[in-house]
Ligand binder design. Structure first.
Ligand code: DON
Length: 585
């Protein structure tokens, strides 16, 4: 029986008898707080939380073998490239936040895609000067130079303890021998059959004869992808950025008018960046800096909200939601102007995350009335001198934590599989601002800071985040969801920090989202009709979200226990705790 079940059974009687914090009969340590309707996974030796159950198991197995959180995270990254083709990837990019327990240090690994050298500002404009959405989303031009393989390789060689062949082996086996298609994958592929089968190599790799989608329970093998993974295992970076895989990518590009060349591939660089840091009522937030907008605006919004007594106004009450919307609106306005790749544009990070600046913004918020977005402009601060993504989180027995978000941008990226190499290409070039003021796929607008330039990285919303309590590592989290990633991550940690919810309840609580433009608040099912009415009376325009917002995968450390929870909003996710570990590597 798992530890979780044992704990649940052994404490269930007490849970009925008392609604206060539960303590174990033997040692008086709090185990699970039964005050909430949602219970997390619990374990003592490690935890992995990802969007896909097989990949989560791969990571848990690595921890059980004595690998550290980075070993497990890299193994999960490669496994998801096989079992979660809609977002897990070799052909995309992402960000990894790592907490190194021994050194008490955090690193931010930027393996975002880079624009090819031939990319130029107007590459997605048609003859009328309008953005050609098909070109930006579904063509070979949509692909940035992939960073995932370099990113995972970097993380492992700098901070892992195991070899590349050891952590990549499970992914190779899954691709070579095949894996059982889940209901989640069946429905995801079936929903996009037309788009995906229009690319011959994608049809061949991911569909049955005649473009028929696989059904749940059937076995999907990915032999070309297995060979690519094997080359990476044998040759490291040269297995992807040079040699046969690189040849296959460049041939694919040359055949279909794409820009990526051998030089682009060999010039790809992982960048370790200084994490962006903030505080919220004594908690420390450590998150991804530009070219992600995530960490900056997460901290900016928290800074604004810190000035209110949200506990008194109440979780998800109209008053609290109003203040959150107003803070989000102002942060996203700044995003549109000030955020981009810091190697190309002086992003005013320090000003944006300054508590004094947050205070100025707070003073402009009317506590009772919505400010129309037309009256909110990006602030005039001067620059400093100086639908699918997936997130997973890992914690190990030493207290090392990893929060990793990576993506192809849309589900299955551009939908284009590199012939012979078996992996799908991203369409991350659409995250650039193809034309000032013209919204991208997520309705986000941008300007100069995020204009297309050779070798530049497109601005991202991905927000892998670490939170520290009393100076100790506490939470690792993040989410997919395009522009909503920042606000989804915000609400998850706010529910834990401000409203003391356990990780499961904090995850499950209904969410909202506002991004300045369009001027509307998306509300999830679960925000009550009378709360919505009150918000409308304050001047907010609300739209129902048919789909849910985000899909967080979160792990947390409390004392000597690990807690974790996979967002129930998207199918197929799983969190697995580890209770026994062979000797550490
Ligand atoms: O980096 C970004 O912000 C986007 N490419 C993320 C896309 C995304 O989350 C799609 N997912 N649901």
């Amino acid at each position: 029986m798992s530890l979780v079940k044992k704990l649940l059974l052994s404490t269930s009687v007490a849970a009925v008898a008392s609604f206060s914090n539960q303590v174990s009969a033997t040692d008086e340590r709090p185990i699970i707080d039964y005050n909430y309707r949602f219970l997390p996974e619990i374990s003592r030796k490690g935890m992995v939380s990802s969007q896909e159950a097989i990949a989560t198991q791969v990571g848990a197995d690595i921890l059980a073998q004595g690998g550290n959180a980075v070993d497990a995270a890299v193994a999960v990254g490669f496994a998801l490239a096989v079992t979660l083709p809609q977002a897990g990837n070799l052909g995309g990019g992402g960000f990894m936040m790592v907490h190194l327990a021994e050194e008490d240090k955090q690193v931010a690994i930027d393996y975002r895609e880079m624009a090819p050298a031939r990319a130029h500002r107007d590459m997605f404009l048609d003859e009328n000067g309008d953005v050609d959405r098909k070109l930006a989303g579904y063509s070979h031009l949509a692909a940035g130079v992939p960073g995932t393989v370099a990113g995972l390789h970097h993380a492992l060689s700098e901070y892992g303890t195991m070899s590349l062949p050891e952590v990549i082996a499970p992914a190779i086996k899954l691709a070579r021998d095949g894996f059982k298609v889940s209901y989640a994958l069946e429905s995801s592929l079936a929903a996009r059959t037309k788009r995906l089968t229009s690319n011959k190599a994608t049809a061949k790799a991911y569909f049955k004869e005649g473009g028929v989608p696989y059904s749940a329970g059937e076995i999907l093998t990915l032999p070309d992808l297995a060979n690519t993974l094997q080359r990476i295992s044998d040759l490291g970076l040269d297995g992807f950025y040079r040699g046969l895989t690189a040849d296959l990518i460049v041939t694919e590009m040359a055949k279909h008018g794409g820009f990526i060349t051998h030089d682009d591939l060999t010039n790809y660089k992982v960048v370790e960046r200084t994490p962006v840091r903030g505080t919220y009522k004594g908690y420390d937030i450590v998150s991804m800096p530009p070219p992600s907008s995530g960490g900056v605006h997460l901290i900016q919004i928290l800074n604004i909200l810190e000035g209110y007594d949200l506990q008194s106004s109440g979780q998800n009450s109209a008053q609290t939601l109003h203040l959150m919307i107003e803070a989000m609106r102002r942060a996203y306005a700044d995003r549109s102007k000030h955020l981009g790749d810091p190697d190309f544009y002086a992003v005013p990070v320090n000003q944006l995350i300054d508590k004094g600046y947050a205070g100025e913004l707070r003073s402009l918020i009317d506590p009772n009335k919505a400010t129309p977005s037309s009256e909110v402009a990006p602030s005039k601060i001067l620059p400093d001198d100086g639908p699918n993504t997936t997130h997973y989180s890992v914690v190990d027995q030493h207290g090392n934590m990893v929060a990793n978000t990576y993506t192809l941008n849309y589900s299955y990226g551009s939908g284009i599989t590199v012939e012979g190499a078996g992996f799908i290409l991203n369409n991350e070039m659409d995250d650039f601002s193809a034309k000032p003021g013209s919204p991208n796929a997520y309705g986000l607008v941008g300007e100069e800071a995020n204009a297309i330039e050779p070798k530049k990285r497109p601005l991202s919303s991905m927000t892998p985040t670490l939170v520290f309590k009393d100076g100790n590592p506490w939470v690792a989290t993040g989410s997919p969801g395009g522009s909503t990633i920042i606000t989804v991550t915000l609400q998850t940690i706010l529910n834990m920090m401000e409203f003391n919810q356990n990780v499961a309840t904090a995850t499950s609580f209904a969410r909202i989202h506002h991004q300045w433009l369009p001027d509307r608040t998306v509300v999830e099912n679960g925000i009550s009709p009378d709360t919505q009415r009150l918000l409308e009376q304050m001047g907010h325009t609300l739209v129902d979200r048919k789909y849910t917002l985000g899909s967080t995968q979160t792990v947390a450390i409390e004392g000597e226990y690990f807690y974790g929870y996979s967002d129930p909003r998207r199918p197929g996710a799983k969190t697995i705790g580890v209770d026994e570990v062979k000797e550490s590597k």
